[in-house]
Ligand binder design. Structure first.
Ligand SMILES: [Zn+2]
Length: 273
């Protein structure tokens, strides 16, 4: 699942390489992925991309006509959605391509989703609030305004197990299954511990780990992914999906629970109390 570091870099790449390009034609080969009618999609033709950015687990691409922002494509790739930026639109169209944006220069931006779980919304620039869950979204986990003080205040209002808490976008936005494991291992806190059991210094440790893990991962992804924004690099993760391997900190065997949504942790470094 693309998370904050992955989507930040996709947004950076699109900002660098897709802005200024004019859309010749927009089509939805798999309309089920796109929350827009064909006439609404057709409005993209003739617009130019003015910006690409990330918010939570959404990638936001803005389109302008005659210099005025007109539409925003908000993509939540969920489990497996990927953007492909192609120099040549003649490349074979993959199965489960949800959206094709052909550019006037012969290039193309495509959204492909092997699991078909992602969602693409096309809204007016002031219409993001219509997207389900948008208004409930908490601050981005890397938001400079999310200071330690503000984090301490917010966490008081969000009970539950730490792993679920980190993944709850109403608390902080942008963290999923992989980076929640990395952050909790870094903070030396057990994933199933409840927030109510945390001492003040543990809350501070969680904040510090969240910031450092995400910042470091974003830097790593920046060196690994571009220009192939459809690829996801996770080989540098320390614990996630490494159950059975030695813990990089203490050397004991990492434990993994759950199936598709696996949680990996070290019982020694992350004691359950
Ligand atoms: Zn350990």
């Amino acid at each position: 699942m693309p998370e904050l570091p992955d989507l930040t870099i996709v947004a950076e790449e699109l900002q660098a390489r897709a802005t200024g390009r004019t859309v010749l034609e927009a089509t939805a080969p798999m309309p089920i992925l796109v929350r827009a009618t064909p006439p609404e999609l057709a409005r993209l033709a003739g617009t130019a991309i003015t910006s690409a950015r990330r918010r939570g687990k959404f990638l936001l691409i803005t389109f302008a006509r005659d210099g005025v922002d007109e539409l925003v494509l908000a993509a939540n790739p969920m489990l497996a959605g990927r953007f492909w930026l192609l120099d040549d639109a003649k490349q074979k169209v993959r199965a489960r391509t949800g959206l094709r944006l052909r550019f006037s220069d012969g290039g193309e931006l495509r959204y492909v989703d092997r699991e078909m779980l992602g969602k693409l919304y096309l809204v007016a620039p002031d219409g993001l609030e219509a997207i389900p869950g948008w208004t409930d979204m908490g601050p981005d986990a890397d938001d400079p305004d999310l200071t330690l003080e503000r984090f301490r205040e917010r966490i008081r209002r969000h009970p539950g197990e730490l792993k679920s808490l980190l993944r709850n976008s109403r608390f902080v936005a942008g963290i999923g299954n992989a980076y929640s494991d990395e952050i909790l291992w870094q903070a030396q806190l057990a994933p199933l511990r409840r927030r109510s059991t945390l001492k003040p210094e543990e809350v501070d440790r969680l904040y510090a780990a969240m910031r450092s893990v995400l910042a470091e991962a974003t830097s790593r992804v920046r060196t690994l992914v571009p220009p192939d924004i459809h690829l996801q690099h996770r080989e540098f993760l320390k614990v996630h999906l490494r159950g059975g391997e030695p813990c990089p900190r203490c050397g004991r065997v990492l434990r993994q629970i759950g199936g598709d949504e696996a949680t990996t942790f070290c019982r020694s470094c992350q004691p359950p109390f």
